[in-house]
Write a protein of this length. Structure first.
Lengths: 543, 323
């Protein structure tokens, strides 16, 4: 032995001491579901496209949106953005303005004429879609991507459905709708407008599958005592009149409505109708609603904007009689606990030049009548199973025609899901539902690593007009707002785990990829605790 | 950076050395520190950034203590730099000798770090340390303060906070842990020597720690950096909480982050909304007796007063701009 005095072992690095054996729990990188994605009716991967916007990769971000939603610019305006309501940042300093970012990216796509990727190889299958609204067009887009041959029949002279005939142009300008529809149709979809399908049964012979997306275009009626001189119309008819005449006859319409206009209803359509009346020249617009302001189904931001424009909302009132320009209102009591309404015996008469009804819409059951297996529910919706198929094999339905929340975003989501189901049906395969991913809730966020910053707030309206207010954000604003995203549940490469590991058990490669070296990880869990976005999970070490 | 994280893929300009894929890892894996050791983490941060700033020209003298014991178990060694251990109390003196040896042998670029725990710094080696400060020897002394003798079984040191339970300050009838009115404040002692640079740092803020070390390692003369390193074993909290505990100590004002030059405080890291000390104390078993049924209710207030005094003394409300 040729070693210095009292030395019997070769000196060595501590790397030979595999401290990973101490561990009873181990960290794992996970992708948890961000709350925005979890609530998006169209199933958008919001966190993912925001992360691309953060890197100024706008085209890539747009492509990610287009994987789930072919209408970014439209949705960036007309969507009620449930994502922002659940945004974890809302519990910190204000939700990320996802809606405005989607609009900005959508507008960039239109301005730069970004196109959709080519469809898959032709499958030879033919599909008919009835109705070119958000749901029908969304289904067409996804089915075309699978390589199917898609035909759309639309009964109006222009496609768009409720995007055109249900939402006024100051909220959703038609150049946006037209551009996004044109992009979808250009993928190789046959669109026949002004074509009414009287009987679905006759079409079944010519197509391998049919998707019913006829919506709910029939305005609901309420039985109210009226006399002949009364000026009453439905919100939907008003919108259609404006749309079909390209705003040419607004003066005549305004004259017809008069100066004092009542709108009956509490949904978004009622708000849209009231604001439209204001734009047609009415001086005094009141919304009459049965329940309390808190119970109004209209979206809160819409209500606020209407109030800002000077629209009055009279709650707890029902119209009981309309006599010429006198409208008799019953005052109501509302019991919030039991959700019941009762008259309190008091009355009120207000003067109005016209009354607009916006009390709901029904589906048109005419074309469904002769088909065996189609079931219309008591509430007047077409029944479908979990795969969006009606009682008749090969006939699917989605959008406002089936039960649901009846928003445009839901309709787009139905279109996507139906396309998957129709494709599976045509290929003869089963759809395996995605495994439920854990949602990254606020508790998973380590807010110590975020600075507070004010959310980007932009006034969407400043003048009462049918023109949309032009909001074009500079790139820096788009990027800085996107960088407020917490990236809930998904690693954004902050290197906290790498930097805080006392055992150097996390390795970082030159391209930034992080891996855990379980040879040395002692399972302390600091990485998981200090992960700002909840992307590291501690799991039991069983072996 | 938009976030307060160690790095960020969107902005690596201000990222810490610890976020770099090619950081040196001066203390390598396989060391025998407990799970969640704050000291092992802090030592790597200090050595890596010093290694980067000096272009690899550093040597480290280590006092006896946890850091020495867990990193250097015969025949294994975790250090990837010139590293020397002698005794418990003489690290500062040995480092002085090493620094002189470099000067004499013409290795003028070599920078020397002496390091140890709070035991070797504030108790056993305080004499040597004070001598080093007195002569203004060209050494950066780094104290990793885990507030007791941890590797021998959690005995009290003069850096143990008041009212804390240790093996030698057990709360028994009539005694509430470490007696109030005892202990030393080594950063203040160092400042009293009017050496060129004194700073405090915490492992909860690695970018700040690295900034201070980068500055200190290049200065001439005696420098002292005091790093707060929570200890899961001795303080009684789960190993995963180490960084959080460190952060709580800073956020309540009990561990102020400041810099001093020539004996005068020149900057401190402001605290936006100082948190009550109770949250920090409750998270650790060494303070559990303060919340027991026999504890006088006003006892927390004595600790709160220390934090409040720090807020004023180091002007943590933001009077110094340190960002």
């Amino acid at each position: 032995m040729n070693k210095p005095f009292a030395t019997v072992l070769d000196s060595a690095t501590s790397l030979q001491n595999k401290t990973g054996s101490w561990r009873n729990v181990k960290p794992e990188y996970v992708n948890r579901l961000p709350p925005c994605n979890a609530t998006c009716p169209a199933g958008e991967n919001i966190q993912q496209w925001l992360s691309l916007v953060q890197e100024e990769k706008f085209l890539e971000a747009w492509n990610v949106i287009m994987q789930n939603n072919p209408f970014p610019a439209t949705m960036g305006r007309a969507c009620y953005h449930t994502c922002e309501k659940t945004c974890n940042r809302g519990k910190f300093d204000g939700a990320v303005n996802i809606n405005l970012l989607e609009r900005s990216i959508g507008d960039l796509a239109i301005i730069n004429d970004w196109q959709i990727d080519a469809a898959a190889a032709p499958t030879g299958k033919k599909i008919l879609i009835i109705g070119a609204g958000p749901s029908g067009l969304s289904a067409a887009y996804f089915l075309r991507k699978y390589g199917h041959e898609v035909t759309i029949y639309e009964r109006h002279i222009k496609p768009g459905g409720m995007m055109r005939y249900g939402i006024p142009s100051y909220r959703l300008p038609r150049w946006v709708v037209d551009a996004e529809i044109r992009r979808i149709i250009n993928c190789g979809i046959k669109l026949s407008c002004n074509k009414h399908v009287a009987n679905i049964k006759d079409e079944m012979r010519n197509f391998d599958a049919i998707y019913i997306a006829t919506g709910a275009p029939i305005p609901a009626k309420i039985d109210i005592e009226t006399n002949r001189k009364t000026n009453i119309l439905d919100a939907i008819d008003l919108f259609k009149k404006i749309e079909d005449h390209h705003l040419a006859n607004t003066a005549a319409l305004g004259e017809m409505l008069g100066k004092i206009v009542l709108v009956y209803g509490g949904g978004n359509t009622a708000i849209d109708a009231a604001r439209t009346a204001l734009r047609l020249g009415a001086e005094n617009v009141k919304i009459i609603y049965r329940r309390t302001l808190e119970k109004m189904p209209a979206h809160d931001s819409e209500i606020q904007e209407a109030l800002q424009e000077g629209i009055e909302i009279l709650c707890l009132r029902c119209i009981s009689m309309i006599d010429g320009n006198k409208v008799l209102l019953d005052k109501m009591n509302y019991d919030a606990e039991n959700n019941t309404l009762s008259k309190n015996g008091e009355n009120e008469i207000i003067i109005a030049d016209s009354v607009i009804f916006a009390v709901g819409q029904y589906i048109d059951t005419g074309p469904l009548a002769n088909v065996d297996g189609l079931v219309v529910t008591e509430k007047g919706s077409l029944e479908v199973d979990k795969n969006m198929m009606t009682g008749t094999r090969g006939i699917f339905a989605g959008g406002d025609v089936i039960p649901g929340k009846k928003t445009i975003t839901d309709a787009i989501g139905h279109g996507k899901k139906s396309a998957q189901c129709i494709n599976a049906y045509l290929q003869g395969i089963e759809i395996t539902p995605n495994a439920k991913t854990e949602v990254a809730n606020f508790k998973k966020i380590n807010t110590s690593y975020f600075k507070t910053s004010d959310p980007l707030k932009i006034k969407k309206f400043d003048a009462i007009s049918f023109e949309e207010k032009n909001i074009s954000l500079p790139n820096e604003k788009i990027i800085s707002e996107s960088r407020r995203c917490f990236s809930c549940g998904n690693c954004f490469h902050c290197d906290n785990c790498y930097g805080f590991c006392p055992d150097n058990a996390i390795r970082k490669s030159p391209d930034g990829t992080l891996t855990i070296n379980y040879d040395y990880c002692k399972g302390c869990g600091i990485c998981s605790n200090e992960c700002p976005c909840g992307a590291i999970k501690m799991v039991a070490q069983l072996d | 950076m938009t976030t307060l994280t160690i790095g960020n893929r969107l902005d690596d300009k201000d990222a810490a050395e610890q976020s770099k894929y090619n950081r040196y890892n001066g203390i390598t894996s396989g060391h025998r520190a407990c799970q969640g050791c704050g000291e092992a983490l802090a030592a790597r941060c200090v050595v890596d950034v010093a290694h980067r700033v000096t272009g690899g020209n550093i040597a480290v003298v280590n006092a006896t203590g946890c850091l020495e014991v867990f990193s250097c178990v015969y025949p294994e060694n975790s250090w990837r730099i010139p590293w020397l251990h002698s005794l418990f109390g003489n690290a500062a003196a040995v480092a002085t000798g090493v620094a002189s040896a470099f000067v004499i042998s013409g290795k003028k670029d070599m920078r020397v770090i002496a390091q140890g725990g709070d035991g070797s710094t504030s108790d056993i080696g305080l004499g040597c340390l004070s001598g080093m400060f007195d002569r203004n020897d060209d050494v950066l002394y780094v104290c990793y303060d885990n507030q007791a003798y941890m590797n021998t079984g959690v005995q009290r040191s003069s850096a143990t906070p008041i009212l804390a339970r240790t093996a030698t300050t057990l709360p028994v009838r009539g005694y509430m842990g470490n007696a109030a009115g005892t202990g030393k404040n080594v950063p203040q002692i160092a400042m009293a020597h009017e050496i060129p640079y004194v700073a405090t740092a915490s492992i909860c803020n690695i970018r700040d720690l690295e900034e201070k070390i980068s500055k200190a390692i290049l200065l001439k003369g005696s420098r002292y950096v005091h790093v707060h390193v929570p200890c899961p074993l001795g303080w009684g909290y789960p190993p995963s909480e180490t960084v959080r505990i460190a952060r709580m100590a800073v956020e309540c004002g009990l561990f102020p982050l400041f810099e001093a030059e020539n004996g005068v405080v020149v900057g401190s890291t402001p605290i936006d909304n100082p948190k009550p000390v109770e949250e920090y104390l409750r998270a650790q078993r060494r303070f559990a007796h303060l919340f027991g049924k026999n504890a006088p209710p006003e006892i927390i207030e004595t600790i709160q007063q220390i934090a409040s005094r720090n807020l004023e003394k180091y002007r943590l409300s933001g009077e110094f701009s340190h960002e």
